[in-house]
Design a protein around this ligand. Structure first.
Ligand code: ADP
Ligand code: MG
Length: 681
């Protein structure tokens, strides 16, 4: 496929003046390989050098001012290699003392009665500016007003990079992607002006305007891609119609130890409708922790089995895979043959398992990302489910899906992604929600205690243990970054609790343990051989021990709301009253607010919104992990309204069929060559 470029006359980077092999390799390290990459290498921020009137400047603000030098500058040296340059300026009729530390060479450049421009921090009461920059050519060129600041590396400085971009922009012709109609409708600039302004904004208005145009363009292209892919998928006639045996499935449901909630029933119905229809299911099942998604998944997997298909369940951690495999085996008894495939399944066992899988002797395989390895081959997989889908990248999910050409896909998540956002980002995905907890569940009582109250918290825990309940004690570590030092913290806590309670009634779980060890302690905890599990966040996802009713989260302010919510979901899984104590002495406003929010609500949807307000999408959705794409300029949450508009416009263009006319050849090829391979992980 020929590669279509954003610009008409691309030339190799090496043709740029002043770009030798050394700098070229630095640019390559910055991921700039073509002129296109270079002109799309946008500043990370802009330095505002607008000259201000000092009379209106706020105290302690960073200001750029212009003034006349009225005293000969002096330099005082002190300490080792330290110096202080003092110069007096008359700025807006204010006599200002300007000091520059460790820039003695500036002295030579300043002449009495010259007009100079300086930038620094204004101290109103002392009438002093602590300078950090001095500009010598008066700011004639307005371009300097918003000075672009790029991410750079050793080997290239801001100015040469800026000059290079400027000269390149003068030599290329940039295509227009948006139709005149769209541009007029939304008052957008041309792409060429936009890219120019993003580098060299003449003023704030143009900069904002350029930002808006570019963000829209990105979102629009992205939505075109999503909608196009969707159209391809939905119209593919390869999808299977799963002819499940309804009486058998009903029988199975009636033998469950509990009755399904209405929300569960409805989700099952929605999924079954998809399975039966000649389309590929592409559905998100979302429900707060503890809402009972697993059983819904199980019913679906069983339905597949009755129609002669295999299914796969992919989960993010080994512990979770083991737990799921175990509880599913128990649930199904002789009905289904369940297998577990994780990184720890190796050698002969693995080989045998793969053979059985290939021969359709296994009905359902539960596993971690070990499932997407090349040699894992199904006979006929008809349903792929990923649990806690935000933990996997799009590519991983895609790989799993490709194991069966016509597979139905169900994503399960406890991260409440607002429906519209999910649709905009993942494409036309159907959503089922379980917004109801099983009957008889009591609200988890969440309280916040400072560290001083540790003793009291332990007493509270003891009370629960005496009632025959169990407890989690969580220590703030993120699995992937478990440094030895932090592991020692968990171990120390574990040992102190062993000393406080009976040593053999306390267990320890962290990411540095072998999977056998983890397995063992999890078993002991779920069999109630131990009362307390001291753990890092490895316990976060999906773990299910209903008898555990108490959770203490140590240094809770170090976790984000979403993690805290997920953790808390490990308790409150039975008819007993559960408690969650946040032990924290937060120093920041954010930390305090987080603790307050946690004590106020147990509603995951509300928490996600509060978290969004507080921190933006990156943290809650874990942009990198969630498959939410990273744009150059657009921000999925801040530009959310724009995303919706872009989505509607893209849908219109694709559904009307207009997108497939000749006039869009170029855009289609661009999207195919560039965006279809966009790596979202
Ligand atoms: P999650 O949605 O967090 O994955 P689970 O599927 O792990 O939730 O379910 C949590 C607990 O609730 C499990 O012990 C499960 O057996 C139980 N459960 C699920 N559905 C029901 C129901 N309808 N009534 C009672 N208990 C249920
Ligand atoms: Mg679950």
């Amino acid at each position: 496929m020929s590669k279509v470029n954003l610009i008409d006359n691309p030339f190799p980077l090496s043709q740029i003046k002043g770009l030798g092999p050394k700098r070229l390799s630095v640019l390559n390290e910055l991921n700039i390989h073509t002129v296109e990459d270079l002109i799309l290498y946008f500043p990370i921020r802009y330095e505002d050098n607008t000259i201000v009137n000092l009379n209106e400047a706020e105290d302690q603000a960073t200001v750029t001012v212009e003034g006349e030098v009225y005293s000969t500058p002096t330099v005082a040296f002190f300490g080792r290699n330290k110096s202080k340059l003092t110069v007096h300026l008359m700025v807006n009729q204010i006599a200002v003392k300007c000091i520059f530390f460790n820039q003695p060479y500036l002295k030579k450049k300043i002449t009495l009665h010259d007009t100079v421009t300086i930038k620094g921090k204004w101290n109103r009461s002392k009438q002093e500016i602590n300078g950090n920059r001095m500009f010598f050519n008066k700011q004639s060129s307005e371009e300097e007003q918003y000075e672009p600041v790029y991410r750079i590396k050793e080997g290239i400085k801001q100015k040469p990079l800026r000059d290079m971009i400027r000269s390149t922009l003068n030599h290329v012709t940039i295509h227009e992607w948006l139709s005149d109609e769209l541009r007029n409708k939304y008052k957008l600039e041309s792409l060429s002006n936009t890219i120019n302004a993003l580098h060299f904004a003449p003023d704030k208005t143009s900069l904002l305007h350029a930002r808006r145009t570019y963000a829209f363009t990105e979102l629009f292209m992205f939505e075109l891609r999503m909608q196009w892919l969707n159209r391809l998928e939905k119209t593919s006639d390869e999808a299977i119609e799963v002819a499940y045996d309804l009486p058998l499935v009903k029988q199975f449901i009636s033998e469950l130890p509990f009755e399904l909630t209405d929300a569960q029933k409805q989700s099952v119905n929605e999924i079954f409708r998809d399975l039966k229809a000649p389309i590929r299911m592409h559905r998100l099942l979302q429900g707060d922790v503890g809402s009972g998604k697993t059983i819904v998944a199980a019913i679906c997997m069983y339905a597949l089995k009755t129609a002669g298909y295999q299914s796969a369940l992919m989960v993010p951690t080994e512990i979770l895979a083991e737990q799921h495999a175990e509880s599913l085996s128990e649930l199904f008894g002789d009905r289904m043959n369940i297998a577990l495939l994780t990184g720890s399944v190796k050698g002969k066992r693995r080989k045998l398992l793969l053979e059985q899988l290939h021969k359709n002797e296994i009905d359902c395989v539960v596993g971690t990302h070990a499932l997407i390895q090349d040699d894992v081959q199904f006979d006929n997989v008809g349903l792929v489910i990923t649990d806690e889908q935000h933990r996997f990248g799009v590519n991983q999910r895609q790989l799993l899906r490709e194991k069966g050409a016509m597979t139905n896909v169900l994503f399960m998540t406890a991260t409440p992604i607002p429906r519209t956002l999910a649709i905009s980002v993942f494409g036309e995905m159907d959503v089922s929600s379980i917004k109801q907890l099983p009957k008889g569940r009591k609200q988890i009582i969440t309280t916040w205690s400072k560290h001083e109250a540790y003793e009291q918290v332990l007493n509270q825990m003891t009370t629960e243990l005496k009632k025959g309940r169990q407890a989690y004690v969580i220590c703030p570590l993120i699995e992937s970054s478990e440094h030895l030092e932090e592991v020692q913290n968990v171990v120390a806590l574990y040992e102190s609790l062993q000393a406080y309670y009976e040593p053999d009634r306390v267990g320890l779980l962290h990411g540095k343990m072998s999977s056998e060890e983890k397995d063992d302690v999890m078993h002991r905890f779920s069999n109630h051989d131990i009362d307390i599990l001291v753990s890092t966040t490895v316990v976060e996802v999906g773990v299910n021990v209903p008898n555990a009713t108490f959770m203490m989260i140590y240094d809770a302010d170090r976790f984000g709301l979403s993690t805290l919510h997920q953790l808390r979901g490990r308790v409150g899984r039975s008819e007993h009253q559960s408690y969650c104590v946040l032990l924290a002495s937060p120093k920041t406003e954010t930390g305090i607010e987080r603790m307050n929010i946690m004590t106020q609500t147990t509603d995951g949807f509300e928490l996600s919104e509060r978290d969004l307000e507080m921190r933006g999408p990156g943290d809650f959705f874990g942009v990198k992990q969630s498959g939410l794409p990273d744009f150059l300029v657009a921000n999925i949450v801040e530009d959310y309204k724009m995303l919706e508009v872009a989505r509607d416009e893209a849908a219109e263009l694709i559904q009307s069929g207009e997108f497939f006319n000749d006039q869009y050849n170029r855009l289609r090829t661009f999207i195919e060559t560039h965006l279809l391979h966009m790596n979202f992980d």
